[in-house]
Design a protein around this ligand. Structure first.
Ligand code: AMP
Length: 443
């Protein structure tokens, strides 16, 4: 399948080629035809699957086609709502890149920065607006913009919106756009509250599901250290002495915790930065740039801040605190292994977190191998963590054997990737393993 076969128009194809997108990802090949037909979509997909292009390409194409037949003035026809500034900026950048050869204008608005520049750009006229809910409502209340012409509506990372308490705002905003519209609703997870919201907003949607697949889980080497809460930081510092740990995204449960980790790392001469909701936009961007350009090895983040961060070639994810929601574990560890070269996910579990680990293992249907090779490790028996269930296909490689299997899977994955690469010799390595047709299963 190529983008041409998906009937993408030449100027957009040209932009995609410039970005070295040669093969549509599963979510793109499933969503683009549906969206070009004007249908609503309910997509379960997380960042890293190519979801942004899956909705951006058909929107741009539809707007372009409409423009050929009408002379109407430039007004906001598309609204993309995103929970965080980082995600909003990324979506905006993608729209801009895909539309370099067509006369469609995109802008982005988000809070935490002065509004004057944003308003100035809006006044010049835009077709597509990417926004976080708070700033959007703010500007609407000040009558700086109106949504009355919006006929394409995208809600991205809806579960995060719910998490961040944006649901009321979202409903308010949806009520302001045209009733006759095409709506695209994406969420990494689909709990009941999200399904209810989707039912309210969507009209007879086509459901597309791209879940973090087993192959991604398989190429990530997972392990857990049992460690006393107060000794986690020492364990982290010990692990960071290993040069194989080229870049680590460390997850902290709280903002305060994230700051503390950075402080301790600093005292041990490990340069790191924290990224969370209390940091200014500038500080977050700076931290991200330093991390992406490998000037710092460690980025400490809370879940909400980490969503939408697009970092390729991340070697390690470290769960300093285990996540409260098991699904979040998959999203976190899926941050590594993105380039198809495997990755390492290490979790720290203190005795009081044993139940969280149990839930995670139940959710991923496997036992995470226990690492004992640190002076900070404590005995497994003092925690007694056992998975309540094991997936028959995974059960034979639980505990010790799991790790060696993980690495052999990892090398298999590498081989299949290099085969594919040499065959086409065109495909960009980025996330390619996810785009293998074997993963293109609709559930
Ligand atoms: P997203 O899930 O939208 O955050 O996309 C994840 C990453 O995949 C981004 O860096 C995109 O630029 C990249 N990407 C999206 N679609 C493709 C494609 N068809 N081929 C190669 N890379 C892609």
């Amino acid at each position: 399948m190529t983008f041409k076969e998906l009937n993408i128009i030449e100027p957009i194809l040209k932009a995609l080629t410039a970005k070295e997108y040669f093969v549509p990802t599963p979510i793109q090949s499933e969503s683009i035809p549906v969206l070009l037909q004007g249908k609503d979509i309910l997509g379960s997909a997380q960042t890293g699957t190519g979801k942004t292009a899956a909705f951006a390409i058909p929107i741009l194409q539809n707007l372009y086609v409409e423009k050929q037949t009408s002379n109407s003035r430039r007004t906001i026809k598309t609204l993309v709502l995103a929970p965080t500034r980082e995600l909003a900026l990324q979506i905006h950048d993608n729209f801009k890149e895909y539309s370099t050869n067509i006369d469609i204008k995109t802008t982005v608005i988000y809070g935490g920065v002065p509004q004057a520049k944003q308003v100035r750009i809006l006044n010049q006229g835009v077709d597509i607006l990417v926004a976080t809910p708070g700033r959007l409502l703010d500007l609407i209340q000040q009558r700086k913009l109106t949504l009355s012409d919006v006929s394409y509506l995208v809600l991205d990372e809806a579960d995060r919106m719910l998490d961040m308490g944006f649901v009321k705002d979202v409903k308010k905003i949806v009520a302001m756009v045209k009733k006759k519209r095409q709506t695209m609703f994406f969420s990494a997870t689909m709990p009941k509250a999200i399904m209810n919201l989707a039912n309210e907003i969507l009209n007879n949607p086509v459901r597309v599901m791209i879940t973090p697949d087993e192959e991604i889980m398989d190429i990530i080497k997972q392990s857990v250290y049992f460690v006393e809460k107060k000794r986690k930081i020492k364990l982290l510092i010990e692990l960071l002495r290993n040069d194989d740990l080229k870049s680590a995204l460390v997850f902290s449960r709280t903002k305060h915790g994230a700051n503390n980790i950075v402080k301790y790392l600093d005292e041990s001469n490990v340069r790191s930065k924290a990224i969370h909701g209390n940091k200014s936009q500038t500080a977050r961007q700076k931290a991200l740039t330093l991390f992406k350009s490998k000037q710092i090895r460690v980025l400490v983040a809370t879940d909400i801040a980490a969503r939408g961060i697009d970092v390729d070639e991340l070697s390690h994810v470290i769960n300093f605190d285990l996540p409260e929601v098991p699904e979040t574990y998959i999203h976190r560890i899926g941050r590594t292994g993105r380039a198809g070269f495997g990755g390492v996910a290490i979790s720290f579990c203190s005795p009081e977190q044993a139940d969280l680990l149990k839930d995670i293992q139940k959710h991923i249907k496997m036992t995470i191998p226990v690492e004992k090779g640190s002076i900070f490790s404590i005995e497994l028996s003092s925690i007694e963590v056992k998975p309540s269930r094991q997936n028959p296909s995974r059960s034979s490689r639980s505990n010790k054997s799991s790790r060696s299997n993980n690495s052999s899977n990892q090398s298999k994955q590498r081989q299949s990737y290099s085969r594919k690469k040499s065959k086409t010799n065109k495909v960009k390595p980025k996330n390619f393993s996810k785009y293998d047709s074997r993963n293109n299963s609709k559930k």
